[in-house]
Design a protein around this ligand. Sequence first.
Ligand SMILES: [Zn+2]
Ligand SMILES: [Zn+2]
Ligand SMILES: [Zn+2]
Length: 447
Amino acid sequence: MMEAGPSAPSHSSYLPASLLHPLSNSLVLDQIVAYLPVSSLLALGATSKSFKDLVHRTPNVFRHLDLSNVKSAQFDIANIDNGGEVWRNVQLDENVTEDDFYGGPLLYIFNTLRKRHILQDVQTLILDGLSVTSDLISDIITQDHFNVRILSIREVQNLHPRKLQQALRYSVRPSRPAGTPKLKGLYFFGSKDTTPLPRSDRSISCTDTTPSHGVLVHSQGAQIGAQWNQKSGDTLAEEMAHSGDKWYSTGRVLAKSPTTDWDNTILACQGIISFDVVLCHGPRHSLLPSSERSGPWYQKPRYHLTPRVATHSIGGCFNCGRAPEGMSRFGSSPLERFPMLAPPPLHSSTAKAAKAPFMASGGKLLLRCIDCLRNRFCESCNKWWCEDCYEIPEPGQGAGSPHQWGNGGPSIGGHPEKHLKVHMGLCVDNCLVAEMMPGAGSNGMWG
Ligand SMILES: [Zn+2]
Ligand SMILES: [Zn+2]
Ligand SMILES: [Zn+2]
């Protein structure tokens, strides 16, 4: 890091004047700014009057703000002992609450960005892995000075899920003011993106937001050109390796089912706030009016299932290739059927853009919850039999509703295996047989 001080040379000497011309094209600028840390943008704006106008007067320059790798946003307990800059600001007040404490670093950054009239422009905010309290999220969702549409808080620390659920439910309450909530999408359930964006130095100090100070400008300004060059090459590779693609292959897409509280919160938010998961739309989750219940078996109230987040992507029924609720196609099916894909989009801050499949063809999507798949999905080969093609044989007398059978499945006494498609999570015809072959395993149950 180079030393810089009041006698540092004019910053404009680091950037060719000709750069101003292509950047004045809003399309070019929009493509580029999403890849630059806010510190670099401020550095650029500090180089000359023309660049200042460009950065601070062009809409959307600060639309996408990723603080996840910003050092001063990290909650580091060691900072307290060392009397870090950030901490002095929150520790001055003896009445500091737990949320103030853990939310301190981010709160300080938000306040600084707000004073510089930048916060209001941020529509996509990435806080993955940081110390993010529920109070902070409530502020982002409800306070007027925030205009965040897409918020990513994957793997954050010090967040109470229940408080987050309450904040979300409150924001979508029927009596909410018109035009609220501004938040349209929340990334929360997935893992934070492992491939960092091609930014060589995303550190931002508290002085970063004060370009007139000169320190940051000097070191960052020289890197801007290099970052832009690196950008284009990395973009394609990065977009090919999207973790969001997993939703369009078959198998488990969510490591574990969210809690029932989340199922209900996501239901409450449906059509208003999208998530990086979706509810299962299997036919057993919809309760039809009694007049329409003369249809298939799964419309009977005894088979009804409560709302549940989908954990598996299944390509369609092994027998008929379809599903009772229909396969979802992006563009024609309701948007609520599609999860927001990771990573959050760089060039747009809408839930629809976040849900758009990466493959040009789009592809069909069918997502189901664990309750819907029980005893009709093979965990080994991912074959699945839909509710129209396969009615699971009734369990032994006195058994409860099918979703209470547990993992063991129905009893196989009395030759019901003739009809059974899946037993103990494996398809009977194929994978279960393979499992039973001598030497294939030590399944004591089959001797
Ligand atoms: Zn079928
Ligand atoms: Zn389901
Ligand atoms: Zn199988």
